[in-house]
Design a protein around this ligand. Sequence first.
Ligand SMILES: Nc1ncnc2c1ncn2[C@@H]1O[C@H](COP(=O)(O)OP(=O)(O)OP(=O)(O)O)[C@@H](O)[C@H]1O
Ligand SMILES: [K+]
Length: 314
Amino acid sequence: MTCLTPSFDVVVVGSCMTDLVSYTERLPKPGETVRGKKFLTGFGGKGANQCIQAARLGAKTAMVCKLGNDSFGNDYVENFKTNGVSTDYLSQTEEARTGVAPIMVNDEGQNAIVIVAGANLLLNSNDLRKASKAIIHSKVVLGQLEIRPDIILEALRMAHKNGVKTVFNSAPAVADLDPEFYQVTDVFCCNESEATILTDIEVTSVEDAEMANSILLDKGCKSVITTLGAGGCVLTTQENRTPIHVPTRKVKALDTTGAGDSFVGALAFYIAQYPHLQLDEITRRASHIASMSVEAHGTQGSYVSRNNLPEDLF
Ligand SMILES: Nc1ncnc2c1ncn2[C@@H]1O[C@H](COP(=O)(O)OP(=O)(O)OP(=O)(O)O)[C@@H](O)[C@H]1O
Ligand SMILES: [K+]
């Protein structure tokens, strides 16, 4: 009998959310009912978004996550399958509904959002144990903060202990991040507001990001990337404490939703499949991929696939 050891490029331990988006002339006041003009649903959640971007670039991916045993959960399983993501380490529960994000958008483009994490918060140590072979035999383990932080930490710890590269995206921002996250992270990735909350430096420029990165490196991770939207990002590593500003492409921004997740997913893909490439070149390529997501509407719907990309990115 052959023993099949799972071998993935990228294993994501993270969240899945179904976006429920209503477009109205104006947002309702408390107790008020307004008529909507359009409604759509979308696949979201930082973990799943990042996993889908990595998969579209050609990474062999698996998603460790928890969905509800409901129609949103069933649709999400199909979405992973359509995108070639392994669902072997995903489970559906009767104890909570699939995570949702009801979103209202008014004519001015302002929004009001309620996030109900639901089943995402039930992903537990037992689920990680079932996925442990996939985790310790993968090239990259990727986590964010939309599920229980102790579970993400446990997954990163498991990967780190077994020599697997770890990428941690500290989103959404929390002020009291467990210091162990820095110890078990190879590439720590945050945006301006997360860097601000983690370092108490108001990050709005390249210079601010350079200072913030230095503080985050001192906490123990091997490298830090702070993304700055159209300003690109700043990379700093323990090996070379001189920060590198990586500008992004100048694009006509149509919809920046999901750019951060596209960047992190692409980063994980390159780290897994191009381990000998310098991190600044990896960052440059991930930035290129993310800038393309800004040129299209939606989140996962705006993520490019390898066959639509120039060969020099591979
Ligand atoms: N307007 C833009 N033009 C070009 N590239 C962009 C633009 N916005 C974002 N990007 C690309 O996406 C990367 C991540 O963007 P950003 O720093 O806005 O992440 P984020 O705040 O986590 O995004 P979001 O929360 O909207 O998903 C940037 O480093 C850049 O490469
Ligand atoms: K987009």
